[in-house]
Write a protein that binds this ligand. Structure first.
Ligand code: ADE
Length: 231
């Protein structure tokens, strides 16, 4: 998997790239490239954004600047690029990220993520250069960087070798093994703390009963998250 992130703040990914599972994924041959729009701007003084036509607050990322950055990096017209790879604009109003979308993205060989800043993108960027609009939730962040890190984190940890144990991703929240439901509760030592006990079944060593209990817990959590009565 190769993920290219276009941003005005590549340095904000330093911490993220050093996280264990990300570092593992990168050491295992996956790639995370950061491209600074500003390095490719055709405008003077490193300009990348401008005031919105029609008035209003804030600044808008310019279409000519984003085109120049995409062309410089891929050596082709970005209108053609999106036909052969997913080019994703991160926006508060896009399709809301969930585990199904993460699986979909993790199955790709290459992804491009475009981070907006300030008031966001000139709409022509989204309309002509991107294949998807993705949101990490219905709230507005100062820019797409945190959203891009969320997407990269969720995608990279799905890739083989990123997690310590191959099973960890199999039976986790929203996996098929749990019928798409949330993960069951976990406990570890001490078995007793301030009178708070670990469910007896988990100490029983009875694998079939444990599996049944966990699935039941996951189902109950799913019902509670849906707000079903009586749960
Ligand atoms: N950029 C700003 N806010 C965002 C959000 N909620 N999701 C994705 N990108 C964003």
């Amino acid at each position: 998997m190769r993920i290219d992130v276009f941003t005005l703040f590549p340095g904000s990914f330093d911490w993220f790239a050093s996280q264990r599972h990300v570092a593992n994924a990168l050491a295992g041959g996956h790639e995370l490239a950061l491209v600074n729009y500003r390095d490719h701007t055709p405008l003077s003084a490193g300009q990348v954004d401008d005031t919105p036509f029609g008035g209003g607050a804030g600044m808008v990322l310019r279409v000519d600047v984003v085109e120049a950055a995409l062309r410089a990096h891929y050596g082709e017209d970005p209108v053609a690029l999106r036909e052969r790879r997913r080019v994703i604009a991160l926006q508060p109003s896009g399709r809301v990220l969930d585990d199904r979308i993460v699986d979909e993205l993790a199955a790709e060989d290459e992804l491009t993520l475009l981070c907006g800043r300030y008031e966001g993108f000139d709409e022509r960027i989204v309309e002509h250069f991107t294949s998807d609009r993705l949101s990490i939730g219905r709230y507005v962040l100062a820019g797409g960087e945190l959203a891009a890190m969320v997407v990269c984190d969720a995608v990279l940890r799905k890739l083989p070798g990123a997690l310590g144990h191959a099973e960890s991703a199999l039976e986790e929240s929203f996996s098929d093994a749990l019928e798409g439901g949330p993960e069951y509760p976990h406990y570890t030592r001490p078995a007793q703390w301030r009178g708070w006990e670990v469910p007896e079944v988990l100490l029983s060593g009875h694998h079939a009963r444990i599996a049944q209990w966990r699935l039941q817990q996951s189902r109950e959590r799913a019902a509670a998250d849906r707000g079903d009565a009586g749960s």
